[in-house]
Design a protein. Structure first.
Lengths: 262, 183
């Protein structure tokens, strides 16, 4: 987030016509929100620059410019006053009006095009940002739905067990619930577990044989929640535990136990 | 209180062609030097001048005195159109180097029409730009007269973008101060 002082700096650059890139997009968006301070900076800068420009030595423009301008104005502004006009006088008027209209259209077109180019650029950028966020959110939701789908499938099986895990040692408030099927694997839901320190991860273990079997590593999100899919354990599993381990996981537990079943 | 300029613009908005002629007499000699300084070519400058007044005629009903004086309205429009012209030329010729030198516009000097209520302040205001520290004056001239954007200026003078922005802000603050004191 920018401080307002930064916007006032952008306002100065905008006033002199030098703003470009993301700064231009951001500043125009800020201005569109109706910022009084920036509007004042723009107005005062415009007046100051105008006075500097006006202080230059005057130069009388070529006389033909005024003549051409007034002819153009007259051609565009002329209106037939009555139907009594002869065809002969009406035709050149129409031709002049059409020509003036064509020139005006070209000029206005160019003017409008440059203004809208900037606006379109801004809209395209904003749209891209929104689309990206939606895609990320959609991917996350799909993943969640898949996990819940698997959990529901597992729960349909009569042999499926639901095992509660309790926080131990360093994280007494942590909670876990494991939906476990001997041959289909399982799904672990975790809450209140603090995120692992940098370079560390949580590792799941199944116990039942002579040694704990590793069942995958996982991380928890900022709110302390995690979803973790377990593959079937190759042998009987009666109890379950989670330890804090190096990020890549280890073949046998080395760190403190943070969650364990009874 | 309505100034003469504002009154003329209001009359132009109602389709008063006489007002258009008077508006031109009053403001053309004021904005032409700026256009000439930016586009440099007298014939191009004349074309831009005509377009600027044509736009003013067509856009008169959109003028809002609260957002700036008629002078600022015209100068901003003139500068924008002149820069558009310069950029179009620059696009056509990749080797074009925008002008930054002085004095081109100090061609025939004549008093024009009945314009410039603040004529007595001219000396003060002109020297306000001259009096800026050279680094601030340089970036302001590159942006305002040569039509370079902040990024182009940073490239051109080999300074970080942040430095360019800060110099523009400081320079404009100083100009606003000087102008504010003299009006």
């Amino acid at each position: 987030m920018r401080s307002h002082e930064t916007f006032e700096e952008l306002a100065a650059v905008y006033a002199i016509g030098g703003l470009d890139g993301d700064d231009l997009i951001e500043f125009e968006a800020h201005l569109a929100e109706g910022c009084d301070r920036c509007t004042r900076v723009l107005r005062d800068s415009g007046e100051a620059l105008a006075l500097v420009a006006l202080a230059e030595t005057r130069v009388v423009p070529p006389a033909r410019v005024k003549a051409a301008l007034l002819a153009r104005v007259a051609a565009a502004g002329a209106r037939p006053t009555s139907g009594a006009r002869s065809r002969a006088s009406w035709v050149p008027w129409a031709a002049a009006t059409a020509a003036a209209a064509a020139i005006a259209a070209l000029l206005t077109g160019g003017f409008v095009a440059t203004r809208y180019e900037a606006q379109l650029g801004r809209m395209a950028r904003e749209t891209a940002v929104v689309r990206e966020r939606l895609q990320r959110e959609e991917a996350a939701l799909r993943e969640q739905v898949a996990v819940y789908g698997q959990a529901v499938e597992l729960l349909r099986e009569p042999a499926t067990r639901v095992v509660d895990l309790h926080g131990t040692g360093p994280s007494p408030a942590a909670m876990g619930r494991l939906i476990w099927h001997e041959t289909a694997g399982g799904q672990l839901f975790v809450a209140n577990l603090p995120p692992a320190p940098a370079g560390k991860a949580y590792e799941m273990w199944t116990l039942g044989g002579p040694a704990p079997q590793p069942a995958g590593v996982f991380q928890v999100d900022a709110s302390g929640r995690a979803l973790h899919r377990l593959q079937p354990a190759g042998g009987p599993a009666t109890t379950f535990a989670v330890t804090l381990e190096p990020e890549a996981g280890v073949p046998a537990p080395t760190g403190p136990i943070v969650l364990a079943s009874r | 209180m309505t100034t003469l300029g504002e009154d003329l613009i209001r009359r132009m908005a109602t389709g008063d062609r006489e007002a258009c002629a008077r508006f031109y007499d009053r403001y053309a000699p004021l904005v032409f030097p700026l256009i000439l300084r930016v586009v440099r070519d007298r014939s191009d400058a004349a074309d831009v001048l005509q377009d600027v007044f044509w736009e003013a005629w067509q856009g008169a009903s959109g003028y809002d005195p609260g957002r700036g004086s008629p002078e600022a309205w015209m100068i901003t429009r003139a500068r924008t159109r002149a820069i558009d012209r310069v950029r179009a030329v620059r696009r056509r010729s990749a080797t074009f180097v925008p002008p930054i030198d002085e004095g081109l516009a100090s061609a025939p000097a004549e008093a024009g029409g009945d314009a410039a209520e603040r004529a007595e302040d001219r000396g003060v205001i002109q020297s306000a730009l001259q009096a800026l520290p050279p680094p601030q004056r340089q970036v302001i001239e590159l942006a305002y007269y040569a039509g370079l954007t902040q990024t182009e200026i940073a490239d051109r003078i080999q300074q970080p973008l942040g430095t360019v922005k800060t110099r523009i802000r400081l320079g404009l603050e100083r100009l606003r101060d000087v102008v504010g004191r003299s009006t």
